[in-house]
Design a protein around this ligand. Structure first.
Ligand SMILES: Cc1cc2nc3c(=O)[nH]c(=O)nc-3n(C[C@H](O)[C@H](O)[C@H](O)COP(=O)(O)OP(=O)(O)OC[C@H]3O[C@@H](n4cnc5c(N)ncnc54)[C@H](O)[C@@H]3O)c2cc1C
Length: 588
């Protein structure tokens, strides 16, 4: 653990795969301040230094490696450059260090500001390479092996994006005792200042126009992607959750395991603190998966889908003949700012080759800077994020140092690049109904239609010019299918395999094509609002999510007609109209 992180960031987004948070030196090309800590050794002796790290650009280049760092013990460099070697996480061997029994200082010194990373530093006397990181942690950190009990709740929401926030607040306002578990330290998911995606879609529409006032209470008053942090109003979101007396919020905790009963219901979740790996256990009769990635459902053994279904699965006219793993890509957004005086940026030798034809003379990496459509959004998520950063650095370095536009950008500072991959699609869970393109285009009405869509089917594909020039394309374009506002069946919001699990957000029960409309955040938020209402009805009636559809839909209707939002609050929504040309603009 690093009590003094300096300029290093603790990043938990890849924990499902790498089993740790990583410490990241995200200095945008300027070395970050050292992280430092103290440690104790039990006896005098010779200790081998090991660091778990990776060489993040090794997938794409053999040229001089960025992301290098050194380890300083008691003020002396230990003599190894770390962050080199394999592209996969591995234990990199350092030198043997002579240490006396007692306390010592350790600092991690970034060398280039280009995303050096590590998750663990280990010293041993027997010179054996340390093994599996989880086993090692469990054997060495007592808090990581015995979860602390955090009590019983009526409803546990996992994931604190806009869908999870609305699910938690709605249930809490109706009287449920709620826990919300969010792995990052701020709420809002893609709409937080970490990812910076503006809210899309509309609130207060369709069959139940009172749905959406809840999101209006904490949604930012300004719109736009990749703007300055203040636009996303993180504090307002935190206040919205923290001011609810019935909510206990666990931020900085990631759900990593579940416990189930004999009937396949979840009866507890285990969450891991993302910095010190201590564990907590929480119990409830009802849960909602609002993780985006369907992590809770997958941990509970629910079936899931990812990628495009073949046409014969749902008979969707726009589906490909053969299924493939293609998803909507992830975006690593960025922007530059005018600084009023000349600004330098390293002339990198390790980037993707950019030339006068491919260089993008822009000041903002918008939604269409999109990567990873053909990759696995879960297991290759770090590589996808890294590729997004790699192309952004490569383009900016060429633009600034070589391009015909270099005088135009001389005083521009590369000011922000998200280290969070903004994901649009990964795993989708199954409910008792799977919403498809046919439902949407045929406007098929179901009695349990609830939240209304308000976006076109907005599928994406690689930009053809970019794809012709790069093996892994990094620019995309939208393919829009017009739609009427459509009421999503409630049966898409609870899980067919795990009886006490709801879903809200981008992991609900829809086909790849239908995700193209339901995924926008105002729609996700209203899904959360309905799920929170349904969870509270389950508490009062002592029933399960499916029973709401079968027996208690009238109770849900009554709540949906009212909504749980405060209708007296100023209406702050600034709606972005769908650009029906799907034009790529820096300013959307
Ligand atoms: C670049 C880009 C542009 C987009 N454009 C728009 C747009 O213009 N308008 C629009 O409305 N939508 C847009 N979208 C889509 C939209 O942002 C997503 O579909 C939406 O954020 C999904 O909401 P969610 O709550 O399901 O997931 P998220 O916003 O991803 O929130 C999920 C939260 O759960 C947390 N979490 C995940 N796993 C765990 C776990 N195991 N334990 C605890 N917490 C966990 C995550 O950290 C995250 O904070 C865009 C997306 C991108 C990336």
């Amino acid at each position: 653990m690093f009590p003094r992180k300096g300029g290093w960031i603790s990043d938990p987004q890849f924990m499902e795969v790498m089993k740790s948070s990583e410490m990241l030196a995200h200095g945008l090309g300027k070395p970050v301040e050292d992280a430092s800590t103290t440690f104790e050794v039990p006896q005098d002796g010779e200790y081998r230094l090991w660091v778990r790290t990776k060489n993040w650009t090794a997938y794409w280049t053999e040229n001089s490696v960025p992301g290098k760092f050194r380890i300083i013990i008691d003020g002396t460099d230990t003599g190894t450059v770390f962050g080199t070697g394999s592209a996969e996480w591995h234990w990199q061997k350092g030198n043997i260090i002579t240490l006396e029994k007692g306390f010592h200082t350790l600092a991690v010194h970034d060398l280039d500001g280009f995303d050096a990373r590590f998750d663990s530093i280990f010293l041993n006397m027997d010179d054996h390479e340390p093994g599996d990181i989880e086993e090692l942690r469990r054997s060495l950190l007592p808090g990581a092996a015995v979860p602390e009990e955090k009590g019983n709740f009526d409803f546990i929401v996992v994931g604190g994006g806009v869908a999870g926030m609305c699910a938690a607040i709605a249930a809490a306002r109706l009287g449920s005792k709620v826990a919300i578990i969010q792995d990052r330290k701020v709420f809002g998911g893609n709409n937080s200042s970490e990812v910076r995606v503006g809210l899309g879609g509309r609130l207060n529409i369709g069959r139940y126009p009172s749905l959406g006032y809840l999101m209006n209470e904490f949604g930012p008053a300004r719109k736009g992607n990749a703007r300055t942090a203040d636009v996303y109003e993180d504090e307002k979101k935190a206040e919205a959750v923290n001011s609810e007396k019935n909510i206990t919020a666990f931020t900085g905790y990631r759900v990593t395991a579940v416990e189930k009963d004999d009937e396949g219901r979840i009866n507890a979740v285990i969450a891991t603190q993302v910095d010190d790996y201590t564990e907590i256990r929480l119990h409830a009769p009802l849960y909602s998966d609002c993780t985006g990635d369907a992590t809770l459902g997958v941990l509970a053994g629910a079936k899931w889908a990812m990628g495009r279904e073949s046409r014969d699965v749902y008979k969707e006219p726009s589906a490909p003949e053969k299924a493939d793993g293609i998803t909507l890509g992830a975006s690593i957004q960025w922007y530059s700012e005018p600084a009023g005086e000349p600004q330098s940026f390293p002339d990198i030798t390790w980037g993707i080759p950019i030339d006068e034809e491919t260089v993008q003379n822009v000041r903002r990496g918008q939604w269409y800077w999109e990567v990873g459509m053909k990759d696995d959004m879960i297991y290759e998520a770090e590589k996808i994020r890294d590729y997004g950063m790699y192309v952004a650095y490569s383009n900016w370095s060429y633009l600034k140092n070589h391009s015909r536009f270099k005088d135009e950008v001389a005083c521009e500072k590369f000011a922000w690049l998200s280290f969070y991959a903004g994901k649009r699609e990964s795993r989708r869970l199954f409910g008792d109904h799977v919403l498809t393109e046919n439902d949407l285009r045929g406007f098929v009405q179901y009695p349990d239609g609830c939240v209304s869509t308000s976006w076109y089917i907005d599928d994406h594909e690689p930009d053809p010019d970019n794809a012709a020039r790069f093996k892994d394309p990094w620019l995309s374009r939208g393919c829009l299918t017009p739609l009427d506002f459509y009421p999503i069946p409630f049966r898409c919001l609870y899980n067919r395999d795990v009886p006490n699990l709801f879903m809200a957000g981008r992991d609900i029960s829809v086909s790849h094509l239908a995700l193209g409309t339901v995924r926008v955040m105002r729609t996700c938020a209203m899904e959360g609002e309905v799920v929170g209402m349904a969870a509270d009805i389950c508490r009062r009636k002592g029933c399960l999510p499916r029973d709401i559809y079968n027996k208690h839909f009238d109770s849900l209707k009554t709540l949906m007609e009212k909504g749980v939002g405060d209708q007296t609050k100023p209406y702050l929504q600034v709606y972005t109209l769908i650009d029906t040309t799907a034009e790529r603009s820096e300013n959307c």
